[in-house]
Each structure stands twice: as C-alpha cells, then as structure tokens.
Design a protein around this ligand. Sequence first.
Ligand code: GZL
Length: 342
Amino acid sequence: MKPQRKVLGSILSAAVMLTLLAGCGGQTPAPAAAPAAPATTKEAPAPTDNKKLVVGFSQIGAESGWRGAETASIQETAKNDPTIELKFSDAQQKQENQIKAIRTFIAQKVDVIAMAPVVETGWEAVLTEAKNAKIPVILVDRNIDKKNEDLYTTFIGSDFVLEGQNAAKAMVEHLGGKGNIVELEGTVGASAAVDRKKGFDDEIKKHPDIKIVKSQSGDFNRATGKQVMEAILKSPEGKNIQGVYAHNDDMALGAIQAIEEAGKKPGSDIKIVSIDGIKEAFEAIKAGKLNTVVECNPLLGPQLFQAAKDLKAGKQLDKWIKSNEEVFSGQKAIDALPNRKY
Ligand code: GZL
C-alpha cells in the first residue's frame, strides 16, 4: 500500500474509532463552539445587597383599641416585608422609656428611627443625638413641639385640629345649637389631645348657647374615662348635661357605661361624639348609644415603611404625610360597620 494511502487509512480509522467512543458514552462531544455557559459566570451581576432596612420604632403603649390597631399594622407590615427588620419597643406610656429606646436604636446604628411621641415636649436632647448620629427620625401619629421640627424628617398622621372641628360641628347638630357639654380630654400634653381640644373648643365658641361646663383628661383610656364621667355625673354640673365630647372612642365607651349606670340613656338623653373609629364605636352607634364618630386612621404601617424606604433611596419627603379620614353617624356608620378593619 502506497504511503499516502497508509496515512489516509490511519486518519479514517482514528475518525471511526472516535465516533464509536462517542456513541458508547452517549456523550456527543461538545461542539467546537463556546462551552455552554455555567449557572453563574463572572459576567453575571454581583448578588444584590440583601442587607435589610433596619427601623427602630418606639411605641407609646397599649392604652386604647386604636393604639392596638396601630401596633398590629406596623408589626404585620414589617413581618410581611422581607426587606425590613423592625426593632419594636413598647414604652408603657412613659416618655423616659421612649427616650431610652431611641438611645438604644442609636447605639444599634439602625437605619431609621420612628416613634409615636407620647407628649409634644422633652425630645430635644435625644433627637439631637439621633441627628448627630445621622439617623433620620419619622414621627408617626403624634407630633412634637413645632420649635423642634428640624429634628425630624416627616410626620405621618392626622389633622387633629380638623378632627376636633368636625366633632364640634356634629355635636352642634345633635344638640340643635344649645346645651351643656362635658369634654373628656386625651393624655395631657399629647398633640392629639392639645389639637383636638383646640379644634373643638374654637368651633363651639361660634355657638353662644352651647357651653363646655367641664373638661378633664381621661388619658385616652376606657377605665379612666368611665371614672371621670362617673365623678362628673355626681357633681353639680352633672345634673344638667346634654352632650359628651370624648377625644377618643375608648373614653367615650367608658362614659357610656357611666351614663347607663347613672340611669340615663347615652345617645338620646346625652348625645355623644368621639374620635378614632374603632369597631366598638360603630357598634355603639348601631345600638343608638353613640351619635357620631370622627375617623382617625391607625393603619399607618404601610406609610411608615414606604417613607423609610424612600428616605434611604434619597427621596425628599413632605414634612407632613396626612391621613385621609371621614365622619360617621347614623345609617352611614351602620353601613360601614361590616367593612371596618380595626
Ligand atoms: C391619634 C392617637 C391617639 C388616639 C387614641 O393619632 O395618638 O392615641 O386617638 C390613642 O386612641 O390613645
């Protein structure tokens, strides 16, 4: 056999051998083209930074149904959002506990501090420490003294003066323009109490035949509201009362108990107007024991964490992120009851 033929023959035999080997292993050799890209290659984007946004929240306590609904909204929103880590502290109504919690959040270097300030004053030192630590502060549901507004980024909450005005307009209507009123005030020094009083009292002043004969704090609490109302009903003023304005539903529900125990009919002998909009207040309207409730939205969790994310994304926030609210009486309240969320 000529040498060229020999070489050709060996090449052909090698090719045949190679083909046979491939057939056995069931593995067809990868085509000459680029190898298949493995699951991750150095060109893939680096894994995203999965550091959570850490928010320290100082809650006032658990003084009312409204407060409980706000806590639930904040905790559930955080629990359902994998990008958020919530550090939650309950101050049990004490400002010193809120100040301690804020100092702890600063030491822990949280990304954002949020709080519902129990009263308007006494925050300058601790919020200055937060500012110096470059940790932004978001106020939720209650505000602090205007002179310190440079110490927080935004306030997420209601217009309490408007709530008080709306409560007064409802009371004037229920009384037909004349009568004596008892005012059950919220926590002394709390922005919600200060502004709900201002809104209500200023509106009532437009009606000279309506008088606020007694105004006292029930601390936004049902038991305290009942005790205060019991004492007022036993006082000289208590003999001639046509209306009760409560800064929140829990105190109104306490007052309703006291009025019934005194042998009078709440909702008819004595008209009752309150603020918050918890389900029990709607049920009291349906039972004819309460006349108007002015809504104050406690479901602030989604707005809080959206604001925190916007802050960390470098967005500019409004100084006041307002909640939108309605006023409920009579059939409107009864129709709304099945859909109430808190
Ligand atoms: C309002 C909130 C008030 C509620 C009360 O934003 O601060 O505190 O009206 C609660 O029920 O105790």
